[in-house]
Design a protein around this ligand. Structure first.
Ligand code: BGC
Length: 558
């Protein structure tokens, strides 16, 4: 058995049950990563071939977007069979080979699990609509004779859906759906549905996956006269699932996708007995806001309002992902401001968000791209990177829905960006070839060879981050500055004390950082190892170029 085929024990994987606290997560779509069999669609064999690349970034966890059989009307978030792999991507055996090869490189695998709804093509739905009303089969989904039940529940895909109910002519009844009408919601009040979910999870755990991103979990259970989000029933269900999974798989992690304010998102950690991780949705737009306003306050305010979480839990923090950059967790005035700033071209707007990648959002300004990554890598939480952003890939707003940010990975300046040998019209999505972001210029091969590329800069920053436990595990405290354009905070873990400071503005400036208990400490700049003047009794002066930042290790003098 070759190394890649051998299953590693949790211990060999560097195993400790809190591994996710040290996770640096890379989110990718198999479809768009590498096409090994030349049919125009990325596949598991292609992805497996690129594991060394992922490892070279300093990534230790992959989050795989849905890879299950699906009519793909929501790009795979509409699953028609949970216990298989879509044939275009490979087989369950190919999946196992991929997981083993990832584990051999000490990379964990977290898979997407769409728990709230299925595709309307799923056999459960096809059976339910034909089954007798009130029968156990019908009861897999949520039905009603009228479309006015749960009236207080908001619509999420406001650009496409007018109601959360759709009429099914076969069942002669309305069915409930929080997302597209082809995605009927499962009925978790039915214990059989809960058992089905557990059986699906165990199926993939038996293939050695390390965790699940639980899609859209605030909506699992609905109740009349509520907004049907975050109900106690939903939390009870998640606790039950966690407890049941842990009986056989104590190291599995659950990552909550709950697009909510931080107090509500925090509830998904329970008392350390629900999800291990949750995305910090309100922080994300505030990083963009801080940059646009050239002011640290949006980030400071939201993090000060974020209560501590159970010791064994961890936030997942991110800049971009496969969806629109959601502006649900900001006020209307802030949303309009962010739309005006980052999506003046209305084609870039979708639902309550912006369907653009990071580099175009930053007008390809390397300084601002670095600054946002510096925050991502040093604020509390496990950073999640979206494939392609490490080379500054562009997007394509001419494509529908969110496809414009899901285009093929740009590996080289070869045909189809080195993604596939297929004829260009056969590709899952067209490669980006507009003059500004063309794969001819923006690709992995070119950046690999350039020591100053964004790709190599990200590798270096992640290598630094790995060397200091304070980033992943440390406490965090803001340091006062005399200038709101500067953000400064300390990450501390035992003797490891790191001062992170950045100028969020477009001008050069000098600022004073208040470090009252750190007199006599000597700052050493992490990337270059340069020693800075010792910290005195007064506030510490730092000068910054526009958008410049420092990571300074503070060591006691003498
Ligand atoms: C996913 C989306 C998807 C939706 C419905 C979301 O939260 O991130 O990509 O369209 O769930 O499944």
């Amino acid at each position: 058995m070759s190394l890649h085929e051998r299953r590693l024990t949790d211990h060999e994987l560097g195993g400790n049950t809190l591994w996710y606290k040290d996770a640096v997560i890379y989110q990718l779509h198999i479809k768009s990563f590498l096409d090994a069999d030349g049919d125009g669609i990325g596949d598991l064999s292609g992805l497996t071939r690129k594991l060394d690349y992922i490892s070279s970034l300093g990534i230790n966890t992959i989050w795989l977007m849905p890879f299950y059989p699906s009519p793909r009307r929501d790009d795979g978030y509409d699953i028609s069979n949970y216990k298989d792999v879509s044939p275009e991507y490979g087989s369950v055996e190919d999946f196992q080979t991929f997981v083993n090869a990832a584990h051999a490189r000490k990379i964990r695998v977290v898979i997407e699990l769409v728990v709230n709804h299925t595709s309307d093509e799923h056999p459960w739905f096809q059976r339910a609509r034909r089954a007798r009303a009130g029968s156990p089969e019908r009861d897999y989904y949520v039905w009603s004779d009228t479309d006015d039940k749960f009236a207080e529940t908001r619509i999420i895909f406001v650009d496409t859906e007018k109601s959360n109910w759709s009429w099914d002519p076969v069942a002669k009844s309305y069915y409930w759906h929080r997302f597209y009408s082809h995605q009927p919601d499962l009925n978790y009040r039915n214990p059989e549905v809960v058992e089905e979910l557990l059986s699906i999870m165990n199926f993939w755990l038996d293939k050695d996956v390390d965790g699940f991103r639980l899609d859209a979990i605030p909506h699992l259970v609905e109740r009349e006269h509520t907004d049907s989000e975050n109900l106690p029933e939903t939390h009870a269900l998640l606790k039950h699932i966690r407890a049941r999974l842990e009986e056989r798989h104590p190291d599995v992690i659950l990552l909550a996708e709950a697009n909510l304010w931080q107090e509500e998102a925090r509830e998904y950690f329970g008392d350390g007995d629900e999800c291990h991780m949750a995305f910090h949705f309100p922080l994300m737009p505030r990083m963009f806001m801080a940059l646009a306003k050239q002011n640290a306050r949006p980030i400071k305010t939201i993090l000060r309002q974020t209560n501590s979480i159970p010791d064994e839990c961890q936030w997942a923090i991110f800049l971009r992902n496969h969806d629109e950059l959601t502006l649900e967790m900001v006020s209307e005035a802030e949303r309009n401001f962010l739309w005006e700033t980052y999506a003046a071209d209305k084609r870039a707007r979708l639902n309550l968000g912006i369907r653009r990648r990071l580099s175009p959002l930053m007008d390809q300004d390397r300084r601002r791209i670095e600054l946002l990554h510096m925050l991502l890598f040093s604020l509390p939480g496990s950073p999640v990177l979206y494939y392609g952003d490490e080379i500054g890939m562009g997007d394509n707003t001419d494509l529908g829905d969110r496809d414009g940010v899901r285009t093929p990975m740009q590996w080289s300046d070869d045909r189809n960006a080195g993604f596939s040998n297929a004829a260009p019209h056969k590709l899952a999505l067209p490669v980006i070839d507009d003059p500004q972001f063309s794969y001819a210029a923006i690709n992995v091969a070119a950046q690999d060879n350039d020591p100053h590329s964004l790709l190599n800069w990200i590798r270096q920053m992640l290598a630094l981050r790995r060397r200091h436990r304070a980033f992943a595990r440390g406490a965090m405290r803001f340091a006062k500055t005399d200038d709101d354009r500067v953000i400064a905070y300390l990450r501390t873990c035992g003797e490891d004390v790191i001062l992170c400071a950045a100028n969020l503005s477009s001008v050069s400036l000098a600022a004073k950082i208040s470090l009252p208990k750190l007199a006599d400490y000597v700052p050493i700049e992490l990337a270059g190892g340069t020693t800075f003047p010792v910290i005195g009794r007064d506030s510490y002066p730092l000068t910054f170029q526009p958008y410049a930042y420092f990571w300074l290790k503070l060591t006691k003098a003498g």
